[in-house]
Design a protein around this ligand. Structure first.
Ligand SMILES: [Zn+2]
Length: 416
């Protein structure tokens, strides 16, 4: 195995799936680009964006200015808040149903629509196809989120073309936020290539039917996940911009503002200390996170820790303790997932174990595994003591993700 190298500032290593580089001081590209947040003139950048979007503001009252992809969690509230209240845009919200909905996520989404007084367009892909695709991606790619990512990245572009609304507004660019793939000043925009290579791990919808047995999947199952053609995109002039290139992005602070101003609901998770990010899903911080741990040797809690180290809210050594505390925690809602997908827990366990990367896992006796992944190799460098306070998160929902753990296939919303 190639030598594993860790960043001296955060906990990421050279094995990060999005790719990282290091400077002479051993600081990763993600940390270096993060530092831009402290010296860029964000007021100037906001004004630059206002100028850029000026021509997209429709003077006629018969159309929307932009499209914003949303769900019941993550940076949806803040993105809509910036677009509507700060940039003065009239957005059409779009949401692709991934069928992993928690009651909390449905509630957040309904509240988002009401609090921001926006129209929303839902896409509910045929659930039988969703399950067929998920069975295939779980078995062959070790992934249960492909349909969700493919849908949430294709539907906004399809809507942009159908409704002739060329501007799509996203929140953060994960490549910039996590690994510093681009500088904020590159103002990178949405591309077909990034979606395929990074969001979908190299597998486009069209590729699925080529690799899957045609008796399992056919064109009718995958057509709604196909990204529109360049001709269609160019005919409308569709562009997708990321607000994190124009506003200083700090998810913890942003969520706390959204809790205070718009009653965004949060809850505790078993496998991370962050209570804000994925409250809409019964699967993301559970089966999906376990698969990440098995395949890549680290889990979401490492992403959360790296983010908090960079924002100087926790020290690197406290971060290592947090990772070790959370990454081996049990996953929940396995029975609901199996029931939804129509598989039994034993075969799920078998498939999950098959995805353990031998780089990070050793089966020393049948069904007993020893972890030799990233957090078991990382060393504390105590010379790095940034001044940090105790980190705390607001948890304002009493019901965790929801009272019952059955997936909500179509959420009707709540009356406020
Ligand atoms: Zn770093």
């Amino acid at each position: 195995m190639n030598k594993i190298k860790f960043c001296t500032n955060c906990l990421y290593s050279n094995l990060h799936p999005l790719g990282l580089t290091f400077n002479e001081a051993g600081v990763c590209s993600g940390c270096q680009v993060h530092k831009e947040k402290d010296y860029l003139n964000w007021e100037e950048r906001k004004n630059k964006l206002l100028k850029k979007i000026k021509s997209y503001k429709t003077k006629k009252s018969n159309n929307y200015d932009c499209i914003i992809p949303v769900n019941g969690a993550y940076d949806s509230y803040y993105t809509v808040h910036l677009a509507k209240n700060i940039l003065g845009l009239h957005p059409l919200l779009v949401s692709n149903n991934n069928y992993y909905n928690s009651p909390l996520g449905i509630k957040n989404l309904a509240n988002l629509r009401i609090k921001f007084d926006c129209d929303i367009l839902f896409k509910n892909p045929n659930p039988i196809s969703v399950k067929k695709i998920t069975k295939f991606t779980l078995q062959d790619l070790g992934n249960v989120y492909w349909h969700s990512i493919a849908g949430q990245t294709a539907f906004p572009v399809q809507t942009a073309i159908n409704y002739k609304i060329p501007l799509i507004i996203w929140g953060a660019h994960q490549g910039v936020e996590q690994v510093g793939m681009f500088s904020h000043t590159h103002e990178v925009e949405m591309t077909r290539r990034h979606r395929k290579d990074h969001d979908l791990m190299g597998i486009e919808a069209e590729d699925l039917i080529n690799v899957a047995n045609t008796s399992l999947l056919n064109e009718n199952d995958i057509f709604q996940y196909i990204y529109p053609s360049d001709d269609h995109i160019n005919s409308i002039g569709v562009i997708g911009i990321y607000l994190s290139n124009y506003f200083r992005w700090d998810p913890k602070k942003q969520h706390e503002l959204m809790i205070k101003k718009f009653d965004y609901q949060t809850c505790k998770f078993n496998r991370t200390f962050d209570c804000y990010d994925f409250v809409d899903s019964y699967v993301y911080m559970e089966i999906h996170d376990l698969l990440k741990f098995y395949k890549h040797g680290y889990s979401k809690v490492t992403d959360h820790v790296c983010r908090e180290i960079r924002h100087k809210r926790i020290s690197r050594s406290k971060g290592i303790d947090l990772v070790k505390k959370y990454e081996h925690k049990e996953i929940k809602y396995v029975d609901s997932f199996c029931k939804w997908l129509g598989i039994n827990e034993k075969s799920l366990k078998y498939v999950l174990n098959r995805n353990r990367n031998p780089k990070f896992w050793k089966e020393y006796e049948p069904n007993n595994w020893k972890y030799k992944g990233l957090s078991s190799l990382i060393k504390k460098n105590n010379y790095l003591r940034n001044k940090v306070k105790n980190i705390s998160y607001i948890c304002n929902s009493k019901i965790d993700l929801g009272k019952k753990s059955e997936f909500i296939t179509v959420g009707k919303g709540y009356n406020n």
